[in-house]
Design a protein around this ligand. Structure first.
Ligand code: MRU
Length: 357
């Protein structure tokens, strides 16, 4: 399917720019920003101009290129020394989505494999080639997740629910959780989707409802507090969400509020599917308790689009993500297929097959 927008892209050759659709301005404005400074890439990731685990992984890979491309005519030593500060700055931009660190380390590993006497130019060109490869693979993986996930949907149609945005705006391709929806829609399967608004930053309201509407998939927006009763009232056949990090035992970290949706799904016997590429799996996190949860600015909760929604000094707890225990996950859908009832043994088997451990 052809998407009418581009979440991220590399513009030009070397020197070039990371172009992002600034998601903080959606749905009111569709503005593209070209980033040529490392600080601007880090800032774009932190303020969620680009967000969603695979999209920030791709952006961080290009961010490495942005950070060293002025050294293209310099020595290998100069490029390597700069990478020593650029890589940690990108990795520290956001802590939870493991794709970010995974992508940075993948580019660095490719550069480490170059001969010691490789020129500075070869290093920078190789970094760009690897970032492009990560983006291209993400596009393919989204298509594969879409095919596997669509196979879980009845051909006569389905009513789905999703939380946050795990769509095209969260990846370089057609998304993770929304990929099965796009694929089934292309196959002529009638669908409708409930989108949780996803407080406090409203990725569901601002982004998911925007991109599904543009794709012609009927979407009904609900507030987060409504999802349990919408699920309980028999209006939902299946739930599809994405993930920022999947632990080795199958625990799934995703946008805050996902756990509540999973509990409601289990209580009402509705399948709860998590769609994520292997780049979102973290072999170093044995369980969800090992996953670092980002805490964001309290003002995100105190103020909304309409201005203040709480007294200015009120205490706020603002974790951006939560962890859904593996036992609430009906299946994990990856580019390699559908893994039912995830647990340590099954996830390790998948990671072994995928060369991640
Ligand atoms: O804070 P965000 O908007 O980056 O959070 C995004 C999510 O929680 C997504 O569901 C997740 O990254 C999966 S994206 C395919």
């Amino acid at each position: 399917m052809q998407l009418p927008f581009s979440t991220l892209s590399w513009q030009g050759e070397l020197p070039g720019a990371l172009r992002l659709l600034d998601q903080t301005l959606l749905p009111a404005q569709e503005v593209y920003i070209d980033l040529v400074r490392l600080d601007d890439v880090v800032d774009a990731i932190q303020r969620l101009a680009v967000r969603g685990a695979p999209a920030i992984g791709c952006s961080a890979a290009y961010g490495l290129v942005v950070g060293v491309q002025d050294l293209v005519d310099d020595s290998t030593a100069a490029v390597r020394a700069r990478l020593g500060t650029v890589a940690p700055a990108l990795i520290a931009a956001r802590p939870t989505a493991v794709n970010l660190e995974w992508a940075v380390r993948r580019v660095l590993a490719r550069l480490d494999a170059l001969p010691a006497d490789a020129s500075g130019r070869l290093l920078v060109e190789t970094a760009l080639a690897e970032a492009r490869a990560i983006e291209a693979e993400d596009v393919e993986q989204c298509l594969a997740m879409g095919r596997h996930g669509a196979g879980l949907l009845p051909r006569e149609g389905a009513r789905l629910l999703t939380h946050c945005n795990a769509g095209a705006l969260a990846t370089a391709g057609i998304g993770t959780a929304l990929a099965p929806m796009y694929t089934a829609h292309d196959q002529g399967v009638p669908l409708m989707v409930y989108a949780d608004e996803t407080r406090p930053l409203l990725q569901g309201a601002r982004i998911t409802s925007w991109e599904l509407t543009r794709a012609g998939i009927p979407v009904t927006l609900i507030t987060d507090g409504m999802s349990a009763s919408v699920i309980g009232s028999g209006r939902v056949d299946a739930i599809f969400v994405g993930s920022d990090r999947v632990a080795r035992n199958g625990d799934v970290c995703n946008k805050i509020g996902t756990y509540a949706v999973a509990l409601a799904a289990r209580a009402h016997g509705i399948p709860f599917y998590v769609v994520a590429p292997l780049s979102t799996f973290d072999p170093e996190s044995r369980t969800g308790a090992d996953i670092p949860i980002e805490e964001r600015d309290p003002d995100e909760v105190r103020a909304g689009a309409l201005g203040a929604v709480a007294p200015s000094g009120v205490a706020v707890y603002n974790p951006a993500f939560d962890v859904t225990p593996a036992e609430l996950v009906t299946a994990l859908v990856t580019e390699r297929g559908v893994l039912e009832r995830p647990n340590l043994e099954r996830v390790e088997g998948l990671l072994r097959e995928g060369g991640r451990i």
